[in-house]
Design a protein around this ligand. Sequence first.
Ligand SMILES: NC(=O)C1=CN([C@@H]2O[C@H](COP(=O)(O)OP(=O)(O)OC[C@H]3O[C@@H](n4cnc5c(N)ncnc54)[C@H](OP(=O)(O)O)[C@@H]3O)[C@@H](O)[C@H]2O)C=CC1
Ligand SMILES: N[C@@H](CC(=O)OP(=O)(O)O)C(=O)O
Length: 361
Amino acid sequence: MTATKKAGVLGATGSVGQKFILLLAEHPDFELYNLGASVRSAGKPYAEAVKWRQTATIPESARQLVVVECKASEFADCDVVFSGLDSDFAGDIEKEFKEFGLVVISNAKNYRRAPDVPLVVPLINSSHLDVVARRVKQARAASKKQGYIICNSNCSTAGLVVPLGALMAKFGDISDVTVTTLQAISGAGFSPGVLGFDILDNVIPYISGEEEKLEWETKKILGSVAEDDSFALRSNMTVSAQCNRVAVSDGHLECVSIKFATPNKPSVEDVKQALRDYVCESQTLGCPSAPKQCIYVLDEVDRPQPRLDRNRDNGYAISVGRVREDPVFDFKFIVLSHNTVIGAAGSGILIAETLFKKGLL
Ligand SMILES: NC(=O)C1=CN([C@@H]2O[C@H](COP(=O)(O)OP(=O)(O)OC[C@H]3O[C@@H](n4cnc5c(N)ncnc54)[C@H](OP(=O)(O)O)[C@@H]3O)[C@@H](O)[C@H]2O)C=CC1
Ligand SMILES: N[C@@H](CC(=O)OP(=O)(O)O)C(=O)O
């Protein structure tokens, strides 16, 4: 099958960027067309510019592509641009791309709180893309090219909101959430990343800004779209997060407790079944990267585990285990998500596939 849409990747040499290269290399709809990174990398063939850290080898389709600077004019022919840029630089660069009329799907934090920017975890709130759909249709009717930014969430937030959203869809509002994360080192990126000496034989109980992101982004993602197309935060939910860095390469594990707003509580078996039954829009649309199952509920007492479970459905699925009653809240469980796939590059690709299926790219 020949890919029909040209894709650019910004930050192509980084932790998220390398995952984009792997996931897009054989993609049926998107062709790796332009790769961007800093001036340190620009001008070199990708294989020379990148310090490759994936277990799969560099795809042939990327090896010889010459990395360019992240200037919108270099990406003028792209139908979609995926950004895995360092957040120190993503703000200005993504804005320039949007103003140039390009579609940017960003992994950086810079625009997640912007009132007109959808913050999307495609397994749970792809409905927020409707805002973009309306803007694109209006622009097309006026024969204009519409640039816009869509953001992915923080990687820990992506894992958390999937079971929360699935349970809210079945049983109604959740009023209280506590989450303690054990986050992989790939989440800290490669430049400079976590020093081996700091993480070996150790756990670091602090990740800058992470707890605030989990507590805020969850409410935007699980919130609604107001009549004026702004995003209304879910105000009746309190989220409390504690974040830790652990010596795992990929895969964020999260210990979650939840309390439902309703006095009529489901049983543990009802909760497990609702998670297993959950179906997302990218599945019903037939998006090529959609997981076979959004949420795998594991019954083994010692699962999920990052090394054993992070690659379910190529990293696009979430694993949930140890679902049980909580003596303080209602239920507690463990969530595992692949931080650079469904927590980053994979989410971006599912968003683009959803736009493509809906004729918006
Ligand atoms: N890692 C993860 O699990 C997740 C990360 N994110 C977010 O995604 C983004 C990328 O993260 P990550 O891949 O981990 O980071 P890395 O540090 O691994 O990669 C950063 C990328 O940005 C490029 N870059 C740095 N400076 C500039 C510049 N001045 N101009 C253009 N490009 C530049 C680098 O290019 P060069 O090699 O040339 O320096 C590199 O390609 C961040 O905003 C991060 O917060 C989001 C979700 C999950
Ligand atoms: N901070 C996350 C990675 C991430 O998602 O960052 P951000 O929210 O800035 O995109 C981690 O360290 O694992």
